[in-house]
Design a binder for this molecule. Structure first.
Ligand SMILES: [Cu+2]
Length: 167
């Protein structure tokens, strides 16, 4: 937890001190590149009522000629981080973790959006709030690991990725 607090403090300091480029990256939620992997349209929100639960939404492109696999997700500011999918049965939606990873097809993309696949965090540090940057790590089987910071938007804000798509 000490490390998580330090990291969050460092991010806050960085966001204040950094120039225009970092501000733009925070507003747009990427893109971040790792070899043939591109992560973009990323945003996060926190559950209401102080539950310290958060969800991260983003799109992962695999521009490689080979399939890759998203093996794991993590965050230094959360007690647990996992990829969930939303399953609707008899008009009731529930969430389940994806234990075997997420396949990233060659020249394909995986879209994580509300009502579908998402990254779920529990026990999120109280340092993370609307306007913060949520640090996320993704570990890919072939491409390696990628760290990036996702803007936390207010509950009820329209999907920032939809605005992004209308540009
Ligand atoms: Cu979930």
């Amino acid at each position: 937890m000490g490390l998580a607090v330090l990291r969050a403090a460092a991010i806050t300091a960085f966001a204040v001190l950094a120039g225009t480029a970092n501000v733009l990256a925070a507003e747009t939620g990427g893109p971040w590149k790792l070899g043939d992997i591109v992560v973009e349209q990323a945003w996060a929100r926190l559950a209401p009522g102080g539950a310290r639960t958060g969800a991260v939404y983003l799109t992962v492109h695999n521009k490689s000629g080979q399939d890759d696999l998203l093996l794991a997700v993590d965050s230094p500011v959360a007690e647990s981080t996992a990829v969930h999918e939303t399953i609707v049965e008899n008009d009731v939606a529930r969430m389940e973790p994806l234990p075997a990873g997420v396949n990233l097809p060659s020249h394909g993309e995986v879209v994580m959006r509300p009502g579908g696949m998402h990254i779920m965090m529990t026990g999120v540090s109280s340092d993370i709030r609307v306007g913060s940057l949520m640090p996320v790590k993704m570990v890919f089987r072939d491409a390696g690991s990628l760290d990036f910071d996702v803007p936390v938007v207010p509950l009820g804000a329209s999907d920032p990725a939809e605005k992004h798509l209308k540009h």
